[in-house]
Each structure stands twice: as C-alpha cells, then as structure tokens.
Design a protein. Structure first.
Lengths: 378, 378
C-alpha cells in the first residue's frame, strides 16, 4: 500500500465527500440553470454551500466558484485591474498561477515589482511594503508558502498595504491554507482570496475566489451568466456542495492535526538527528502539514525515487513547477546550489498513520545515508 | 422516480464512467505534474485518454482539456484572435457561451457580424457565407443547435468560409453533438471544436477544445503550464479519463439510439396528433435526441411545471439562458410571440425507457389540452 506524503500536491478524496459527489452525479444531477423545481433545488444547494463556506472561512462578501486554484488566481488578478497603467507588487515566492499571471501583465504596460522572501520562504514584509505606493493597483501575496510551509502574517501585510494605498487591491493565495490552518477572511482583511478543493480531500476541478464586499471583479469567462455573471459555465454542483463539507471536516480536525503533524515532524527530525548538512527550510510559523528539507549534495529527485521503492511518495517543490529544472522558490529563499537541488517536501494528511511516519523517517534517514555513501564511493 | 427528459441541459453520470471517476478520487489520485512514478503514470493516463478521444472523434491536432464547454468556447474564441482589427461572423442562434464571448469583442474594436438562421434553427448558410470577407478573423457556428436540435452542414460551411478566406479561423461549438451524433473532426475540417463532458453521461466540470494541426491558440489561464501551456491548472485527471470512456460508450450506441429516439419522437407526435396550433421546431436534419415543440397560447414554463407533477422533467430553451425572459433563439427562428413563449424541449438519453416516453407523450397531450381548456374558461 502506498504511503502518501505529497498532500500539498493533491489529496485523496474523503469518503464522506465522495458520497456527496456521487449523489450529484447519479441522483440530483440536474442543471442548476434549468427551469424545473428539481433544478431550483440544486441551485439552492449551491447557495447553501456558498453561505456555509463563507461562514466556515469567516468571510463577508462573495464566493465565486471556479474550476480550481489556478483559475481563481487568474480571475482575481486579471479581473480586478481596471486602470490602464500602474504597478503590481508580487513576492518572488508566489505559486506560478499567481506569479505567471502577474508577470504576463508586464506585456500590457504594467510595472511588475518583485519583492524578497526570507530564508524560510516567508515574505520579507518590510521589503514588500516598501514597494507599495500611490500607483500600486494590486498587491499579491500568499497565506502559506507551498514549498516551505511558511505562514505569512496576512493581516499585518494587508493593513500595511492599505495604510499606504487604500485603493490597492490585496490578493492572497490561500490554496495551501484552507483546510490546513485556521482561516478567517474578515480577520485577514484581504480583498481577494483563493482556494482549491483538491488540496483538502475534495475533487480536482473545483475551487473558489473570495471577493470582499465592495470589491469588483470583472468576469474572465463569458456565457450563461452563472455565478452572478462573474464566472459563466454550468456549475459543478456536486463539487461545490462537497467542498463545503470538506472544509467543514478539515476545520473540525485542524487543532488535532496541528498537534499530530507536529509530532510527525519531530519523529522525522529525530530520525535525521545524526545526519549532517541538511536544513529544515521552515521551522517557526510553519504549516503543520508541510516539512521542507534540503539535503546538501543530494538530488531531491533521486531521493524521491529511492523512497518510491518502499512505496513512499514525497514531493520535491511545487508539483506545478516541478517540471522546471530549478525551483524558483529554492532560489528565492537563498539556498546555495549544493542544497537547492536536494529539496524534498513532505506533506501530511489525516490519512497518514503514525506507523507510516515512523517508516518514512527510518527510510528517509537510510536513503540519505546510502546516497551520500554512494557519492563518496564515486 | 423522476423521468428525466432534459438531457441537453445535463445528463446523469454513467455507472461505468462513475467507476473511473471514483478510482481517480480514491486510488490513483496523484497530481500528474508531480515527480513520482505514480504521477508519471497518471500523466500518461491523460495522454492515452487524449489520443483515444482524438481517435474517437477523428481529429488530427491537439485536444486541450478545460473545465467545460463554456471555458472551451472562451479559450478557442479569445485565444485565436491576434490581429488588432477585423470582423467576426457569428450566427444568431449560438449558445450564450459563444455568442456573449464573441459580442464582447465589439468593445475591443472588432466588428461583429450576426447572421440569420432558418425557421428550424439551422444556419442560413448563404447568409453566413455572404458575411465572410478578407477581414474575417473568425467564423463561429454550431454543430447541433441546443434549442431546436438542428444539425448544421459543418463541412459545407467550413469549406465555403475557407474558400473565401483561408486565413479565417473556423470555430464550431460541438457541445450538443459529441456523443449524440457522429462526429469526425477531420471530415468537418474546422479549426476549433468544443465539447462538454456532462452532456454525455460524464461529470460536470470538464470539457475540451480541439485545435486542428497548425492552428494557434493563446492561453487564457496562466500558471503551471499544464496542457502544453495552453491551459494551466491541475488536470482533473479522473474526468479526462472518464470522458474518453463516456465518448466511447456514447459512440457505440449512436446508431441504435438514433433509431430508438426517432421512434420516441413518433410516439410523442402520435399522442399530439389531435392537438391544433403547435409546431415541431425542427424535423428534418434534427438530432435524434432533441425534440423542440412550440405550443401556441401556452406558456412553456407552466407546461413544464405541470409535467413535474408527474415527476416528468423537460426543458424550456437552453438551460444556460433559461433565466432570460425570452429565448434569443426562439426569436432568431422567427417564432411569433404566441408560439415563442410556448416552447418546451424534450431531450432523450439512453436511460429513458419506452414506458417513460409513452407516459410523457400521454401526459404532455393531457397537459396541453388542460391548459388550453383552462385558458378558454377564463
């Protein structure tokens, strides 16, 4: 049986969530835009799920359902910009769905200002804020860094940005936060916030963009006018209802999992105690579910494949950028070349057991030692 | 038990297709972009499904997976336009996902040329072609009209357009065609073709854009560079693999269903034989699965709700535009006001039984007579 520790990349669907998905595939499969009473009920299911999610996430505004995190990021970023010129501030550690969307705006005449991150992947807040001015249309940052797990102080960043320019739209990528750490959108104060359902034991193909009350987002996909015209296309009703259930379940486990996953991290730390020249990329203010390790003089990918021999799955950097040779984030956090290629990312879920973690810890230590021995032998 | 005759709006997921979806939710749920061997296998599953779909649909080019028909339409239309000015030819009967996307380009300085449709909803080919000239960037038409069921001669339209201007990109909305009538993309010859999985017993939240070899489409959603960079975002792998299976199943039933559904239509026609003042909107060259009826002096919506009392679900016009007061298509096909509000759309699937159809026919005749009696009594 596979021991899966790449829950940042994607997760297994929860059985209770699956039941909801299946109900909407085979029983209440109606099109919410049709005229029948059955369809009206389905449309109401969407409204109920929307309200439930807003309540679970403490939001006061709109939730627009999309096909996932990437579409949500694109919709929020491209949809909020109305002025013909100005600058956009973005951290160097953003996920490519945010980073590439923002940098593409350079071709349309906008000035893109990239800001520094700290060595643990967290945002260098002083540097970020120093880039914001009267012409800043949009400020983009992320709640939890998807490669290191660093949790950013979003409330503080948002307040500082708004103090400088209240008209700057603040955008926060919450893809690795929702269902993994407590999220209260009113408290955070951001204008836009995104998440993706397959990161918290729900299906792929669904996600949402939160739009704070009073903030305007122009649609990027036109058609039947679903989602109040902001995102056309037949709603994936099952996924929407399932998403609300998945967040409810995830939130109910947050504090327990925080404790359990931190214990998992300690088990791994202990197993690696006698291994020299490695770095845990983020320790303080880190998401309990993410553990990013950089081993000097080892290729992360080789380590990953070696662990696979024991049916253990871990990640390297972001799944979405893992096809690129070197991680943009590894570079941004200042890893030296001998470390930057030796990064693996372990990310936990509720489906991981203590035995699995003990086994991972043991095999990881063994593989690192073996690989280094092999290299010395060369 | 509900007797569902609104299979143009959406369909129930096939049990065999559901099994595939569930396998990818709970067993092979890996992220295809991650580095593990398990992920590579999943990425390969996508390639296999892509090739299978291209073969099933006789296409020679790329298939880009998206979140559905609407996104596919938007991607194809917005992604193929590169010149700063020119005209776009579109029929008046297009689905709102095509129509609204095209007409939105008027704001960007493009000239939008709307063309006529015949009384059965089919494209007036002479009128369409007369609007194409040297400055036509894009010609948009649909394979099967979603409200009347009219099948258009796509090969002929495409050839005529290309004869006038070989540089015009030809776009065809195939949402009501794939899985419902035979589709051979090479034969049709179009540059772009779209479809949506939930129309043929697969899940909502998935679809595709076919791009003929040599045609270029610019991405509308940026990020991790999935789908060769044309559509970023974690692929909904289960839906992609399931879609290929769903088209395979649907195609294997096409000729049988063609016969069966035409028989269903005859049963309904016979039951309505003694009812005056109604029109079957499309008879010749009509999709076997669609039967559009316009009853004079009756409100289609009232009829729909009356049928619901017998657990029978039918549609009015397009689900996606059904919230609008009057159907754009009813107007386009020239229905007079007393008929245009009395349209219902019956659309069959393989899950409909002969008994269900007999029951529908009987109840439909009864309801129409009752409603007219009530009206006369007023």
């Amino acid at each position: 049986m596979i021991q899966y520790f790449d829950n940042c990349a994607t997760t297994q669907v929860d059985p209770e969530v699956l039941q909801i998905l299946n109900k909407y595939h085979t029983e209440t499969f109606f099109n919410p835009s049709a005229r029948s009473t059955f369809s009206l009920k389905i449309a109401n299911d969407i409204s109920v799920a929307r309200e439930k999610l807003l309540k679970l996430l403490g939001g006061n505004g709109e939730l627009v359902f999309t096909s996932g995190g990437t579409e949500s990021d694109n919709l929020g970023i491209l949809g909020c910009i109305r002025k013909k010129s100005g600058n956009i501030v973005v951290t160097a550690s953003e996920h490519s769905a945010v980073f590439n969307t923002v940098t593409s705006l350079a071709n349309k005449g906008y000035e893109i200002r990239q800001t520094k991150v700290n060595s643990d992947g967290s945002i260098d807040i002083d540097d970020f804020v120093a880039h914001v001015d009267n012409d800043t249309l949009l400020a983009c940052f992320m709640h939890v860094n998807n490669e290191t797990g660093a949790i950013n102080d979003i409330k503080r960043i948002n307040t500082l940005v708004k103090n400088i320019n209240p008209n700057t739209v603040t955008f926060c990528d919450g893809v690795q936060a929702v269902g993994k750490i407590p999220v209260n959108l009113n408290y955070l104060g951001v204008d836009l916030y995104t998440f993706s359902s397959h990161k918290f034991h729900c299906t792929k193909g669904a996600g949402a963009l939160y739009i704070k009350k009073g903030v305007r987002v122009n649609p990027q996909v036109l058609g039947g006018g679903q989602e109040k015209g902001i995102r056309s296309g037949t709603e994936y009703v099952g996924a929407i209802v399932a998403m609300a259930k998945a967040v409810e379940i995830a939130n109910s486990l947050l504090s327990d999992n925080g404790y359990i996953f931190n214990n998992y991290k300690n088990i791994i730390r202990n197993a690696l105690a006698d291994i020299p020249n490695f770095k845990e990329n983020c320790v303080e203010n880190c998401s309990p579910s993410i553990m990013s390790l950089a081993f000097a003089d080892i290729k992360g990918e080789v380590l990953l494949h070696m662990l696979e021999q024991y049916d253990i799955v871990v990640g390297t950097g972001s799944a979405c950028s893992s096809k690129n040779k070197q991680s943009r984030i590894a570079k941004a956090i200042g890893l030296t070349p001998n470390y930057s290629e030796g990064v693996i990312r372990i990310s936990f879920s509720k489906f991981n057991t203590l035995d699995q973690v003990k086994n991972l810890a043991e095999k990881l230590a063994f593989c690192v030692k073996s690989l280094r021995k092999t290299m010395l032998g060369k």
